[in-house]
Design a binder for this molecule. Structure first.
Ligand SMILES: [Zn+2]
Length: 145
């Protein structure tokens, strides 16, 4: 069973410690997430996809993107930094167009790059949206072609 927020595999430790071990386990949170549950609930944007796209910016610095289907058939690309903060977003009419845009802007599909997977960890959920972290890097067009 995985933690509902950070998606780590829940260990025996998560089960053993805590106020009501079996309760925590049944709810599906690890102890860390359980302790900051209110903050997570308030700031997390639920993104279903874990099909990461990434662009290496420099040493130990990547921008990440996940494509999220919206109601009404639109597709939103959410841009995420290495610390799981969502900093920008772009909307497309189809998933194909979103992928086309990512490729055109030198994003690569993480799942296709076994070499990078060895030394670049993808950001972990929960993905949070904090006003202070917002940066219209791609949506402003400055770094998007
Ligand atoms: Zn967790």
């Amino acid at each position: 069973m995985k933690c509902k927020y950070c998606e780590i595999e829940l260990s025996d430790i998560d089960i053993r410690f805590g106020d009501s071990p079996e309760g925590l386990y049944m709810k599906g949170y690890c102890t860390d997430c359980y302790n900051r549950k209110d903050w997570i609930e308030e700031n997390t944007i639920a993104i279903k996809s874990r099909d990461y796209w990434f662009k290496v910016l420099g040493m130990l610095s990547q921008n990440w993107a996940l494509i999220d289907e919206q109601e009404g058939g639109k597709f939103k690309v959410l841009f995420i930094n290495d610390h799981s903060n969502i900093f920008d977003e772009l909307e497309f009419d189809s998933e194909d167009k979103a992928i086309e845009g990512l490729k055109r802007n030198d994003f690569e599909r993480y799942a296709d790059d076994k070499e990078s997977q060895k030394f670049i960890p993808s950001p972990r959920p929960p993905f949070t949206l904090d006003e202070i972290m917002k940066e219209p890097k791609y949506s402003s067009g400055e770094f998007w072609k």
